[in-house]
Ligand binder design. Structure first.
Ligand SMILES: NC(=O)c1ccc[n+]([C@@H]2O[C@H](COP(=O)([O-])OP(=O)(O)OC[C@H]3O[C@@H](n4cnc5c(N)ncnc54)[C@H](OP(=O)(O)O)[C@@H]3O)[C@@H](O)[C@H]2O)c1
Length: 319
């Protein structure tokens, strides 16, 4: 089969569409003929040599895919159309994946668009809802509202009756995020969010750079969930403020979790989020779709920061 190989750590040019060995299907896994995958910021970090796949996972990038089951079991039949949360290997023509991480395509969503759902939906569901327990009427602050993660967080929180504030880097992106339902946007290049926003839950992708501001922006009983470290890994935490607010700081990654934990997240997503997608209350936000062989171009686009939502990679024509 063919896959995108990271030939060495570096820029987008190190991504090459090459002939590689077929994946080995281990006990507990099914094999998917990939229709499409999607680009995540983690793929860029992996390309740069900073984020290796967990032991035993595919060396090729790609944390999610959609496609057709070609070797089933565990309730899956050959021919089933599915999407899956992966530890890696989505940028390929075929991928083996633990059956717990495989989900049906939501009704009324195309198999191509479904490729961009597993990583963002599972990340938002597991952090904002399972961990931080965002409730109706509470305020969620989403950093990077126009990102793949942000566009899903904004929509899901609105669908659950929250007040949503998002940070963005331009007025154009602010308009796009408001169109997805955000109640307020803060342009992080012009304003300090921590002077304007008070939130019950904060979904943070900046890490160290925003830690002090995030703690300041938390309401009493607030929950800060750090899922990204785009602004660095080490910072000072004002514990006195944290104690006085009876607030919590969490940090999580999805990729490193074992298959049964990922499976529990996937089941929650199918039960709670798929109906919202099927009803049109939440939609996949696709910036553009490129052939998988042009993964380097897709990474250049992600690096440029011009996108809103997801960049999809098409491996084969949709069935
Ligand atoms: N822990 C986990 O399990 C997990 C899972 C998935 C993703 N993530 C993390 O979630 C983040 C988003 O991932 P993605 O794939 O959706 O990335 P993406 O689409 O490339 O988005 C990156 C975002 O960062 C925003 N940003 C840059 N500087 C900022 C600043 N100073 N303040 C606020 N926002 C800023 C950008 O905003 P503008 O474009 O508006 O400038 C952009 O929306 C990444 O950090 C990724 O590592 C973590």
């Amino acid at each position: 089969m063919r896959a995108i190989v990271i030939t060495e750590a570096g820029g987008p040019e190190v991504l090459e569409w090459q002939e590689v060995p077929e994946p080995t299907v281990r006990p507990g896994e099914v094999l998917i003929e990939v229709t499409a995958s999607a680009v995540n910021r983690a793929d860029v970090m992996q390309r740069q040599g900073f984020y290796n796949p967990p032991p035993g996972d595919s060396p090729y990038p790609g944390l999610e895919c959609s496609g057709v089951i070609i070797q089933g079991g565990y309730g899956f039949e050959p021919g089933d159309q599915v999407c899956a949360l992966l530890g890696g290997g989505g940028y390929a023509e075929r991928v083996a994946v633990p059956w717990e991480q495989v989900m049906p395509i939501p009704e009324n969503i195309s198999i191509t668009d479904a490729a961009g759902l597993p990583e963002v939906v599972c990340t938002v569901w597991s952090n904002v809802f399972m961990l931080a327990r965002l409730r109706r009427g509470e305020t969620l602050l989403v950093h990077g509202g126009a990102s793949g993660i942000g566009t899903m967080a904004v929509q899901l929180a609105k669908a659950h009756g929250a007040h949503v504030v998002a940070t963005v880097g331009s007025h154009l992106k602010g308009a796009a995020v408001c169109a997805l339902g955000a109640d307020e946007v803060v342009n992080y290049r012009e304003e300090d969010f921590s002077e304007k926003v008070r939130a019950d839950v904060i979904l943070d992708i900046m890490g160290a750079k925003y830690l002090a501001g995030n703690v300041r922006a938390l309401k009493t009983g607030g929950r800060l969930v750090v899922i990204g470290l785009q602004g660095g890994i080490k910072a000072e935490l004002d514990l006195l403020t944290l104690l006085n607010k009876r607030a919590a700081v969490h940090g999580t990654t999805l990729r490193s979790r074992p298959a049964d934990e990922k499976g529990a997240v996937c089941r929650g997503v199918v039960e709670n989020v798929w109906p919202l997608l099927s009803a049109g209350a939440v939609r996949p936000v696709v910036h553009t779709t490129l052939p998988m062989a042009q993964a380097a171009e897709a990474h250049r686009l992600l690096d440029s920061g011009e996108h809103v939502g997801k960049i999809l990679l098409l491996a084969s024509s949709p069935a």
